[in-house]
Design a protein around this ligand. Structure first.
Ligand SMILES: [Zn+2]
Length: 106
């Protein structure tokens, strides 16, 4: 997952990512933790100065979901392109993506 020389943007700090993770509901966290531990190597993170795009594998099929972490002042926002996100908000893919980010930012 980590690439040597990859530049971690300023907004990606353990404190900020932890704060975003804390805002995710407990059910999504639980399922996200499962995704993270079973597919950690398949979670791909791309950074720009303004955002992070994280590909998170589906739990049930070979789909990839795209989680975006946007740098919005004064706070950061997370989105996912799955159906659950549209209905319920922060989903298990976001939780898994944030766990992967925590490893990178730590
Ligand atoms: Zn999702």
């Amino acid at each position: 997952m980590s690439q040597k020389g990859k530049k971690i943007p300023e907004w990606c700090t353990a404190a900020i990512v932890q704060k975003m993770y804390d805002a995710v509901g407990s059910a999504a966290k639980e399922r996200g933790t499962r995704i993270f531990s079973s597919s950690r190597g398949d979670i791909r993170i791309l950074y720009t100065e303004a955002k992070g795009s994280i590909q998170v594998p589906s739990e049930s099929d070979s789909k990839l979901y795209k989680v975006e972490i946007q740098r919005q002042k004064p706070k950061l926002g997370t989105t996912c392109n799955c159906v659950a996100y549209e209905i319920y908000g922060p989903c298990k893919h976001i939780a898994a993506a944030l766990l992967a980010l925590l490893v990178e930012c730590a």
